[in-house]
Design a protein around this ligand. Structure first.
Ligand SMILES: Nc1ncnc2c1ncn2[C@@H]1O[C@H](COP(=O)(O)OP(=O)(O)O)[C@@H](O)[C@H]1O
Ligand SMILES: [Mg+2]
Length: 581
């Protein structure tokens, strides 16, 4: 029976969720429950005083005019603040739990495998923070509020009814739960459709993100209609899937309405008979009706609770899928931290394929000695950027070894490995903050003087002329700056880091020849002090390198100094010829 298995999986998941995230906030929920108990006691009191007052009225007892109002006002004065207290206590507990959950999810994503962040569109993760957290918050709040308040209030009402007429109560208790079975079925349907709806919400977020980020290309190619169609298809699908969830939810309330109506009808038939036969007084009958009136909304809340909880569980399933996924690239147990390396880098016949793709590196072998400047050239797609990814251990070689100072990068702690590397990536990514901060991120606690020296070396003299100067905001991804300016900031960030190995991935491709020449000079000044590995297309920028590796389809085709390679008259010499003419 798949349904039974699903139910037990769901049970395990909910108890795990409660243990991981709600139990640490137990104090708040205990406080909420205390208030709920007060509210339930008042509910009992209401039924009791209504029953007494009815009999007083019938008997012409004057207490109906003063004692009943006093008791009712007193009950209100207790119940109203308790209501507020319960809601607030639960709100506090749930908000704290959600913050902890968000922190854990984010830390796991940003700290986990790089490969995982690459396979999904970023919008899908963003959507998890937006949509799944809302579902979880709703579900947790409803559980915290309803489980305590509704259950206790129903118990109080049942207690009153048992005291007043046990036979009637037993009949009600048998009939009601049977009527509730379909409501639980509806809840399961909500969970299933909710799962798909949330996945699609993530895909939609990704489509929207892409459209806005690619606005320039959209406009340049007149792709508005294409983007409109893509977004519209997403909106329509979102509405369709969401309607499925809403339809299942919409059936719950009418269903409960029917159950409630039938219960009331049955009650009058049965209890009327008991009252007319003299087994209970009119006051007691009215008291029972009052008790049912108080308990009914709570029963209804418990009935819809299942649907809300199922949506929350669907969200929790998706979140645990991220939290539980084993880390592919992680520190070995007891991985040692290397200190400052001298900067020797070796690739020993390294093979590597991206997940589900053809091999990107096919026995790559190269070496950079400490203080050397080494260039890697070759056609795009040859595997040059991949080489950097493997050195940083964003991915792992499937065969062969990548070494820094003789240590296999898989044996050392990732933090200590990456502290030895400074990268200017091909996309020259900047964070949406000031120029100063973007450079300072290269080195924790960098002084202003160090930042200025790095910026100078990276030919960043455009900075003072910008509105805001060093504090000018670079915009999302650095879009307030030109491509060449972005590259120079990214280069300054790498230079301010004192790492012994500097990795430049087409880092000067967007620069004018004057800025590039200045940067070449600054890099020449690093000779002997740092190992520099330069990936470049413009061969003029690499001719002074100690050694040049020419890569082609995942392996080194030629290696040597500029003069060696020219003399060889192979691929490199042909590329140089090509660029000169
Ligand atoms: N994340 C990725 N997933 C799958 N294949 C990739 C990925 N990144 C790069 N590739 C493939 O790996 C090969 C080498 O890419 P890359 O190292 O970026 O080349 P280069 O930097 O020399 O232009 C290319 O064929 C490219 O299509
Ligand atoms: Mg590349």
């Amino acid at each position: 029976m798949p349904d039974a298995r699903g139910a037990s999986r769901q049970k395990r998941l909910s108890s795990r969720f409660v243990r991981d995230w709600l139990k640490p906030q137990l104090g708040w929920f205990a406080l909420g429950t205390l208030f709920a108990a007060l509210m339930a006691t008042c509910a009992f009191g209401y039924s009791y005083i209504i029953s007494l007052a009815t009999d007083w009225l019938k008997d012409g007892d004057l207490r109906v005019m003063w004692l009943a109002p006093i008791v009712i006002v007193a009950l209100v004065l207790v119940r109203a603040p308790a209501m507020y207290g319960q809601t607030q206590a639960n709100n506090h507990g749930v908000q704290k739990a959600v913050v902890k959950l968000q922190e854990a999810l984010f830390a796991r994503l940003i700290g986990g495998d790089f490969a995982r962040l690459q396979v999904k569109a970023s919008g899908e993760y963003v959507s998890q923070f937006a949509n799944d957290m809302v579902l979880i918050r709703e579900a947790a709040l409803r559980v915290a509020t309803n489980l305590a308040k509704s259950t206790l209030t129903i118990l109080a009402a049942v207690a009153y009814m048992l005291m007043t007429d046990w036979l009637l109560t037993v009949v009600l208790l048998v009939v009601y739960p049977i009527a509730f079975m379909p409501v639980i079925q509806l809840g399961n349907r909500v969970r299933k459709s909710s799962q798909r709806a949330q996945e699609q919400a993530g895909e939609l977020t990704a489509v929207l993100n892409e459209a806005f980020q690619g606005a320039r290309t959209v406009k340049a190619f007149g792709l508005e209609a294409y983007q409109n169609a893509r977004a519209s298809a997403g909106f329509v699908e979102r509405a369709r899937l969401y309607m499925k969830v809403l339809r299942a939810k919409a059936m719950v309330d009418p269903f409960l309405e029917v159950v409630g109506g039938l219960a009331l009808a049955g009650l009058f038939a049965f209890a009327g008979w008991r009252a007319l036969a003299g087994d209970i007084t009119v006051g007691e009958l009215v008291g029972i009706i009052a008790a049912i009136g108080i308990a009914s909304p709570e029963v209804r809340a418990l009935g819809t609770l299942n649907a809300v909880v199922n949506e929350g569980l669907a969200a929790a399933t998706r979140i645990y899928a991220v939290l539980d996924e084993p880390q592919g690239v992680a520190d070995k147990p007891g991985a040692k931290a290397i200190g400052r390396a001298t900067g020797r880098v070796q690739f020993e016949t390294v093979r590597f394929s991206y997940p589900g793709a053809d091999p990107a590196l096919k026995g790559l072998a190269l070496e950079a000695l400490p203080g050397q400047t080494v260039a890697v050239v070759g056609p795009s797609g040859a595997g040059k950027s991949t080489l950097f990814s493997l050195l940083m251990r964003l991915y792992e070689a499937s065969d062969g070894a990548v070494r820094i100072d003789g240590h296999d990068v898989r044996d050392v702690s990732m933090a200590s490995l990456r502290a030895n590397l400074a990268l200017v990536s091909q996309d020259a990514f900047l964070f949406d903050t000031t120029i100063l901060e973007n450079i300072a991120l290269g080195r924790p606690g960098a002084t202003e003087a160090q930042i200025r020296i790095a910026a100078e070396a990276a030919a960043c003299d455009f900075i003072p002329a910008l509105p805001g100067g060093w504090n000018a905001p670079v915009g999302e991804g650095g879009r307030n700056l030109s491509g060449g300016q972005r590259q120079r900031i990214a280069l300054a960030r790498a230079l301010v880091s004192d790492a012994p190995v500097l990795l430049l991935d087409e880092a000067t491709s967007a620069l004018d020849s004057e800025s590039e020449a200045r940067i070449q000079q600054a890099l020449a000044g690093l000779a002997g002090k740092r190992t520099v590995i330069v990936i470049a297309h413009r061969l003029a920028t690499v001719r002074r390198a100690d050694r040049i590796f020419v890569m082609d389809s995942g392996a080194v085709a030629e290696a040597g100094s500029h003069d060696d390679l020219m003399a060889l008259g192979g691929a490199y010499a042909r590329m140089v010829q090509h660029q000169l003419t």
